[in-house]
Write a protein that binds this ligand. Sequence first.
Ligand code: ADP
Ligand code: TRP
Length: 329
Amino acid sequence: MDTVVSGIRSTGNLHLGNYFGALRNFIDMQYKNRCFFFIADYHSLTTHPDPSKLHGNVKNVLTEYLGAGLDPEQSAIYVQSDVPEVTELYLLLNMHAYIGELQRTASFKDKIRKQADNVNAGLLTYPVLMAADILLHKADCVPVGKDQEQHLEMTRKYARRFNTIYGVEYFPESQPYKFSGELVKVPGLDGNGKMGKSEGNGIYLVDSDKDIRKKVMKALTDSGPTEPNMPMCEGVANLFTMLKIVSGQEVHDYFLEKYNDCSIRYGDLKKQLAEDMIKVIAPIRERILQIQSDDEYLRNVIRRGAEKARESASKTVKEVREIMGFKPF
Ligand code: ADP
Ligand code: TRP
């Protein structure tokens, strides 16, 4: 049985990118593995320091995890900041993380551009905190979207470096989990390559049917193919990628044939896509609304999750301290 660890930052509501890139895989894995799924609230501090929103954002992600089908009987579902061991391991790993390699991380370079007035040390060491999350439970496997691949490579680097420096075979090399063999990237429907919160193009798990239809109908296209097998513009290509992810290969191929023989009507494709999205989102949304007000249930889930996570985490931190040479008097 593999140990699986993953988390999503609590910076707002979850969208279809988060669902198909990460959450769906959590659900898929929870019955066959030892799973830890957490809400990365410390990670959210690198961009969202508003105290009045912090708790609400954590609660949103928790209800969305549960609404999408994460089962607290199967997995440890916890809030990152409820597990103090993560900060200790983060500190220890920081001593072997080099500034040059952190500065070269793609996500850091991206943030320097996007939030030039707030390039804090937390942003720089973001991958070390992520490595601490993962190595805390000695994860074999980490289900995340494609954009997290480099962070996972760094986690493996820190694990190897630790093992080499201390001459141990302690941390495993945590591998990305590839749903159906590939890491998924859910595109935006506004011609943007990626659906994301900061891109402002999300279709959210709490969106109403009406909102979903409206967003899909507005998706960027062109005036249609004018000759057989024409290359697609980015907007249309994104619609097809989305169709494959949400509606499946067969529906995708049906519309592709119509595109290739120039008989396609984008309106029909969009209608199909919107209805298939609703099939995925509506039941999740209903469950989210049901559990949102059940504070006692949520409290219990989180308390039990933190207990399970701390049991595993404290064992690791104790062993790491021993390996590094800490000794009680
Ligand atoms: P956001 O882009 O909305 O800020 P995060 O960066 O917090 O999302 O990502 C949370 C998880 O969801 C990560 O595992 C990430 O890989 C995945 N994810 C986010 N957006 C997408 C997307 N468009 N396609 C695939 N996976 C995604
Ligand atoms: N960095 C991830 C993201 O932006 C969130 C995250 C933090 C994570 N720690 C993790 C994902 C550990 C997997 C494992 O989505």
